[in-house]
Ligand binder design. Structure first.
Ligand code: APR
Length: 315
């Protein structure tokens, strides 16, 4: 039987997710949006593209939560994106309200799904989604690390003139300006990155990675990045659906790992058909640990602000 992926939010990322999923024939797709016309229009447009290319999947657009029933995977992009000059944190109040409605819809109609959250500010929205929905934390992840790592890898590949495929890297921590690119856990053709690049150039690339989202918003003026975020979400969904057990940096629930308790934050996890099957604990050097702790602090502070906005998060 074909798998089913529901996309909550049929905007820029939601539409791109639907297109990528159909090209990969990964699953049937339900595009859900409060704007019914947007969801139906995009679903129909992509469905018509499948007959050009001969892809064998079904797509529907809807604003009725019952249509997401029994999804294997749900990917959430419902919310408002950043405008130039805004930080991800500026989206907190509005996106928190949206995620509360979304959590109710998913809890009622697809409580067994693997849920990938993309809405920003990522780490706190994932945490809020877990509290609102009550779904098991192993079945909930936030998409951030795959995207941040892909940006880091791309910038390195441009600087080193080496194909992206030959670079292995990782970005940990929260999905914000305090994210932690990990040069010491980066290899190029299996060699340590430090042997391939001057420190000053590496520092610039790390800074550019941290501001990777803002760079795109500045160009686009309206809306934020959507191709790379969607590609990242699909990689996570695929690892779950096909039980690939890839180790991917995701915002995952920590219960003591990395010295952090009761918080969703970006760490490498094994994603298989049970959801988050393992949190991979890397040894961090002093500098990495300091940066990781700063990132945790920023996520914690933002979560405290979220609790002030909605006392329901205090439970
Ligand atoms: N339920 C379902 N969909 C909703 C709701 C809701 N309560 N509220 C808003 N939406 C829909 C909007 O109608 C819109 O179509 O969410 C969609 C968001 O799409 P875009 O505005 O195009 O935003 P996008 O670029 O896809 O980003 C979505 O992901 O990366 C993050 O920061 C980004 O938080 C933003 C989210």
């Amino acid at each position: 039987m074909r798998k089913k992926i529901s996309l909550i939010g049929a905007g820029q990322i939601g539409g791109t997710l639907a297109h990528l999923i159909s090209i990969k024939e990964l699953a049937d797709v339900v595009l859900f949006d409060v704007s019914e016309g947007l969801a139906k229009g995009k679903a129909l447009d992509i469905a018509q593209s499948t007959s050009v290319d001969g892809y064998n999947i079904n797509l529907i657009g809807t604003s009725n939560y019952e249509d997401i029933k029994n999804s294997d995977v749900v990917i959430i992009t419902a919310g408002v994106p950043r405008k130039p000059g805004m930080t991800r944190d500026d989206l907190l109040g509005i996106n928190l309200k949206i995620i509360k409605q979304v959590a109710e819809g998913i809890k009622k109609n697809s409580p067994n799904a693997f849920v990938i959250c993309i809405t920003n500010p990522l780490d706190v929205i994932v945490m809020a989604f877990q509290i609102y929905s009550g779904l098991p934390s192993k079945k909930i992840v936030g998409m951030a690390g795959v995207l941040d790592s892909s940006r880091f890898k791309y910038f390195l590949s441009q600087e080193l003139k080496i194909p992206v495929k030959n670079i292995d890297t990782l970005v940990l921590g929260g999905h914000g300006d305090t994210m932690v690119p990990m040069p010491n856990h980066t290899t190029v053709n299996g060699k340590p990155l430090s042997e391939m690049i001057e420190k000053s150039k590496l520092d610039l690339i790390i800074e550019r990675t941290r501001k990777g989202g803002a760079e795109i918003i500045k160009y686009l003026e309206k809306g934020s990045a959507f191709y790379a975020p969607a590609a990242s979400g699909v990689e996570m969904a695929e690892s779950y659906l096909k039980n690939l057990k890839k180790t991917l940096p995701c915002a995952a629930y920590l219960n003591g790992e990395y010295g952090v308790k009761n918080l969703f934050v970006g760490v490498p996890v094994v994603v298989g058909n049970l959801g988050v099957e393992k949190v991979v604990e890397l040894t961090l050097d002093k500098n990495e640990k300091e940066n990781f702790d700063l990132s945790i602090k920023a996520v914690n502070e933002l979560f405290e602000s979220a609790k002030k906005l909605d006392p329901d998060l205090k439970s």
